[in-house]
Design a protein around this ligand. Sequence first.
Ligand SMILES: Cc1cc2nc3c(=O)[nH]c(=O)nc-3n(C[C@H](O)[C@H](O)[C@H](O)COP(=O)(O)O)c2cc1C
Length: 411
Amino acid sequence: MVDPMVFRDVLAQWPSGVTIVTTLAPGLEEAAVSWHGMTASSFSSVSLSPPLVSICLDRKLYSHDLISTSGVFGISVLAKDQAEVARRFAGMVPDCDDRFAGETWSTSTTGVPLLDSALGWLDCRVLHAYEGGDHTIFVGEVLAGHTARKSAPLLFHSRGWGQFADVMPDVVTLADTSLADAGTGPGVAGELVRAGVRVRVAAPDPQLRIGTSMLVSDRAQADQVLAAGVEVVEVVVDPADEASVGRALALVDGIADRCSVRLADAFGPDRTEPVTAAVAVFRKARVLEICLQDAAGAATPLSVRHLLQEVAALARPVPIRLGLHDRDRLGLVKAITALKSGVSHFETSLTGRGDEVSTEDLVCLLQEVDVATPVDVSAIGDLSRRLGTLPDPGTPVAAPLMHVQPLGAAG
Ligand SMILES: Cc1cc2nc3c(=O)[nH]c(=O)nc-3n(C[C@H](O)[C@H](O)[C@H](O)COP(=O)(O)O)c2cc1C
């Protein structure tokens, strides 16, 4: 016979989803019935027609007795952010006298509680109960079901909670950094801001405050720009240059939550190490965001994946913003790779100016993959049609922007 510890260890290697199995208990005092529930990962589908599912419960458990007696149970499939609920219903939270507290529950056909915030639930009547060693295999006929919420599932593996690595973000934000160069004037910037895109402006504009950013090269300028009402200052850093990193650290001191730190040429050759080190530094400084720039167009889908595997988790809770080029026509492929690697903030440009991934394309992609964005798609469409006739940033029609070097590169 297999060694019991080895058996358990092998079972722990089997990844599963996590459910809350609920049922009815005899009521206390005046209540006719009360609720009971437990965490279970032994849930499995059995048959499609008729619709049958199974759960395997330890015969020693109170839940086991209640399901045997009541003949009904509910299955609520937990989402990635519900490990706490799972712990509570597994009896892992000491002194918890009400496992159901803090969540909202509904009932359906059988009257068992079903978790409103679950990914989905099934309401079942026990059809068979088979002996399975020290467990009972309950086969339930599914009387009702509902997919309650769209998110990723909670997973259990090797005695720990987890989730899929490649989950798309819930919401994606966009920032435009090329409009200021396009000489379109504050009117267009305002429209873009109102459409939900953060816009880099060439100079503070009293009409435009929330939703704007501006490049700065030193602290005095940063203070001036912030005082003038610009929401975010952008600081360009060469991650391979210690002096540049040091200067930026000094610059953001005390205003970090309004600073977007741009790591220049993040995807260039031999940049992974300095970029990773710089991400750790600016994460510690708790800057507003760390922007990985691909101004040189060096990023490939694979290098995006590799770099983000290094830095996306490292940066948390500081978000990564990604600015991608579309010179190779793989901009959207890189964007989707980034979305699946934990990035939910991008830099794009209307009509794909300056070879950047275009705002229109990315918004379209987000719609296709069902990821929300605060950006107003139809407003973007209108602006894009109008901007299509405007000159490229290469042909400036307004006063040229102040040229900003990475800190340390030009002093
Ligand atoms: C992730 C996870 C999955 C579990 N799955 C099962 C299961 O499928 N069957 C079972 O009998 N116990 C399972 N348990 C253990 C029960 O949740 C635990 O014994 C619970 O306290 C039982 O509640 P009760 O004693 O109030 O009935 C699981 C525990 C965890 C943490």
